[in-house]
Design a protein around this ligand. Sequence first.
Ligand code: SAH
Ligand code: DHB
Ligand code: MG
Length: 225
Amino acid sequence: MAKSDPSWSDVDDYIVEHLIGNDPALDACLAANAREHLPAIDVSTTQGRMLELLARGVGAKRILEIGTLGGYSAISLARALPEDGHLVSLELEPEYAALARSNIEKAGLAPKVEIIVGEAVKSLAALEAGDASRFDFVFVDADKENYAAYLEHAIRLSRPGAMLVFDNVVREGEVINADSSDPKVPGTRALYGALQDHPLVDATAIQTVGSKKWDGFLLGIVRDN
Ligand code: SAH
Ligand code: DHB
Ligand code: MG
């Protein structure tokens, strides 16, 4: 089976042309990231718009992101927020966080976004120890090794009915390979294992193809019963 197909990217271009259009702020973000040699592992343009629409759809006022990189998905998510909304984004690398802050500032979204530098599991524990109100939407896109841990933190930090999105849960189909040589696969499989018959989350996963090849996202809702 073909692992990628050039037409996937062409179709993404068609979708962007018709449904999304030019986006100088996101273009500037990607250009700055490339200048600073960040890995080009941001969500795609179509996925970024999807995140914005999902967060708007649930009326999110407080959003948590795990894995900021240069702020591409953070800009998408912050656009969904109302005037008094807030996005907290967690990033390990101080240089990435600094560039993300600059990109987010240039996009006019700085007042709504807080980036916390450090290992996400530590930042999450600190958030849980604080008295901030809970999140309406959580996007998880950092180290796949910790995906199952991020699930449990996300549940504790979320209100009932919150939406959870995990990126990269298909990995060119490697997710079904228990003996995969891809080191990111076991952590991704641990997320599926944790969600199997999970008492607190209803979930599905959708496979995607496009400019980021064959991958997928997992969508969950924290139960409100
Ligand atoms: N969401 C971003 C892409 C994130 S890439 C976007 O779509 O624009 C994954 C990010 O997770 C990287 O920036 C990486 O530095 C960060 N990361 C990796 N391990 C981490 C950890 N333990 N804690 C916090 N961030 C981590
Ligand atoms: C990688 C990480 C991502 O979040 C992504 O969307 C694509 C690739 C990676 O670490 O290789
Ligand atoms: Mg990702």
